[in-house]
Design a protein around this ligand. Sequence first.
Ligand SMILES: [Zn+2]
Length: 201
Amino acid sequence: MLLPLPIQNLIEKISKLPGIGKRQATRIVFYLISRKEELREIIKSLSLIEKEIVICPDCFFPFQKSPNLKKCPICCHPKRNKNIICVVEKETDLLTIEETRKFNGLYHILGGLISPVDPQSYKNLRIKRLLERIKENKIKEIILAFPLTPQGEITSLYLERILKKYQVKITALAKGIPSGGEIEFADPQTIESAFKHRESL
Ligand SMILES: [Zn+2]
C-alpha cells in the first residue's frame, strides 16, 4: 500500500463514523494533513469532549460535567414536566424538537431503531433504562416520536407491546411528518402540530 500506516489507520477509523464512506474518509484525512492548524484545533476539541462531556444517566443526552449536575440540564430543569417522556431515536431528533420550544417534558434517546432485517437489533436499544425510569418516577405519558419508516413503525409496535404492561398512557406523534421523513429534518410547524395532535396507542 502506498499510504503510511498512520494515514491508513485514520482513514479506517473515520470511515466507521455515521454517514461517511471510505472515499470521503480518505478525502478528509488528506485535507487534515495539509492543514496542520485545523488539525490541532480538532485534536483540542476532541480532547475536551473526551474529558468534559458525559452522558445523562436518565435520557442519554450528553452534557458538560459539573460537580453539582448529576443529570443533563433538561432532566434537571425545575420547570420541565417530569411526568411525560418523549422517546426519540437519536440526539439530533431531540435537538429538532427542542428548537420548537413546544414540548416541555423529558426525553429518552433510544440510541437507534429496530431493523426489519435484524430483529435482534432491539437488544442494542436503551429500553431497560426507559422501563426503570417509568417505575422510578411518576411517568404518566410516553410519547413515541419515531420517523414514519419501516424501522420507526416496528420500533413503535415493539415498545407499545412492552409499555402496555405499565400504567402509562402511550401516544405517538400525529402523522403530519411526511412519510419516510426523519424527525430531525421536519420543520417546526410540522413538529408542533404532530405533538399537538398526537394519538393514543
Ligand atoms: Zn437527561
